[in-house]
Design a protein around this ligand. Structure first.
Ligand SMILES: Nc1nc2c(ncn2[C@@H]2O[C@H](COP(=O)(O)OP(=O)(O)OP(=O)(O)O)[C@@H](O)[C@H]2O)c(=O)[nH]1
Ligand SMILES: [Mg+2]
Length: 387
């Protein structure tokens, strides 16, 4: 059977299954490597590994050995139909160990699926959705509303947090900048809001430490409303988390962040239609410049005060295959074009990541370093002394 490592540059294939350890399979599935998904090989690094693939509008680098573990077919019709059933994989907490709740909550319908259930032990039991949800909420309430910022890594949560609270938390253009929660209490239009900035997460399955942390924060019951910060240029992936949040039944509003880059690229979204399909407000914002923040906070307060009874997507026939669901949601209302950064990256990659120009660039850079070390480095010792 063919696998991803067999593809040539520019070839497209469809995923049949991912082989390897459970952790590896889950991680790839989380990234969108699910049966039936289209993947295109872009290029490989000059020494053959990693290999760069494009999928759902994003680029993903896999080692040669990892690519060998992904079985593919050249056309979608050759992917066996039963392989396309991914429902079980996307059940929250499906891979997690048997809960050990001392109150037997593992037998209560609905609790087993809760991400916190997997960690439920006597010490944590007060934070179970059934054990301590309401009592803790009453104990710890200090602000009128507690608002959590949740979203994928690097989508601008901390930039939003800083703009909303006047904070100066560190932001950076790479994933994993925020590693634990940061809180700030601020007054907005007469309401006292506690805003919590959380680490970036792709899902709530408690698979990585960040995911476990965010899932356990949600399970405390202290959060009144979630502002789901979304990278508008990567909704196909970001909305997977939105659906998991909706499944928890928590009030959610979407902040369509990085809207400046989205508009600049000429990409389009029928926002009203998506709001209708998701049953939640979606507000464009540019967190870095503080634009749209007040509108998002206003919507969050409104949703917290009038929580939706049910989210329409949870009744969708595509549920619980989240990838298929998101694909269906965005079909015909969302078109992506590469932005300035993506275009620049493509030009740089064309020269620095392809043979033979990559080797020429490597030799030039090495020569520059040696020249700077042995010739320019002499100046402070000789030339400047003489002068
Ligand atoms: N152009 C543009 N850049 C933004 C916007 N919001 C944030 N950024 C930039 O995006 C990068 C990531 O921002 P962060 O706020 O650190 O993202 P984060 O979601 O907190 O990241 P993690 O904590 O790692 O999950 C930074 O370089 C920000 O300056 C925006 O609306 N437009
Ligand atoms: Mg952050």
């Amino acid at each position: 059977m063919s696998n991803l490592s067999h593809l040539n540059d520019g070839d497209t294939a469809y995923i049949i299954r991912v082989r390897g350890s459970q952790a590896f399979r889950l991680r790839l599935e989380e990234m969108g490597f699910v049966p039936g998904q289209e993947v295109k090989r872009l290029y490989a690094a000059p020494l053959g590994s990693p290999i760069i693939f494009s999928m759902m509008g994003q680029q993903i680098a896999l080692r040669q050995s990892e690519a060998e573990g992904v079985a593919v077919a050249p056309t979608l019709s050759e992917v066996p139909f039963d392989q396309r059933e991914t429902a079980e994989v996307y059940e929250i907490g499906a891979h997690t160990p048997t809960p050990t709740c001392p109150r037997g909550l593992e037998n209560v319908p609905g609790v087993r699926e809760h991400p916190h259930a997997a960690q439920c032990d006597p010490a944590l039991c007060t934070t179970c959705p059934s054990c301590g949800h309401t009592s803790r909420r009453r104990q710890r309430k200090t602000a009128d509303l507690t608002v959590a910022l949740i979203g994928n890594p690097n989508c601008g949560k901390t930039a939003f947090f800083n703009a909303a609270s006047g904070g100066h938390e560190h932001t950076g253009n790479y994933a994993g900048v925020t590693v634990s929660s940061v809180e700030s209490v601020t007054t907005f239009e007469g309401m006292c809001l506690k805003i919590i900035d959380l680490p970036g997460t792709y899902s709530l399955r408690a698979f990585s430490p960040e995911e476990a942390f965010v899932a356990s924060e949600l399970a405390t019951g202290n959060i009144d409303v979630v502002i789901n910060v979304l990278d508008t240029g990567n909704l196909e992936r970001n909305l997977l988390l939105t659906i998991q949040l909706q499944e928890l039944g928590i009030p959610v509003v979407g902040a369509l962040n990085l809207y400046d880059e989205f508009e600049e690229s000429g990409s389009t979204l029928d926002r009203q239609r998506l709001e209708h399909l998701l049953g939640m407000p979606l507000i464009p914002c540019v967190a870095k410049k503080g634009r749209g923040i007040a509108e998002v906070l206003r919507a969050a307060i409104m949703v917290a005060q009038n929580p939706p009874k049910e989210y329409p997507v949870l009744r969708s026939p595509h549920q619980p295959d989240h990838h298929a669901l998101v694909h269906a949601l965005l079909e015909g209302i969302y078109t992506l074009r590469p932005g300035r950064t993506a275009r620049l990256t493509a030009v740089v990659d064309r020269y620095l990541a392809h043979r033979p120009t990559a080797f020429v660039a490597f030799l030039l850079i090495m020569w520059g370093i040696f020249y700077a070390t042995f010739n320019l480095g002499q100046c402070p010792m000789t030339g400047w002394n003489r002068a």
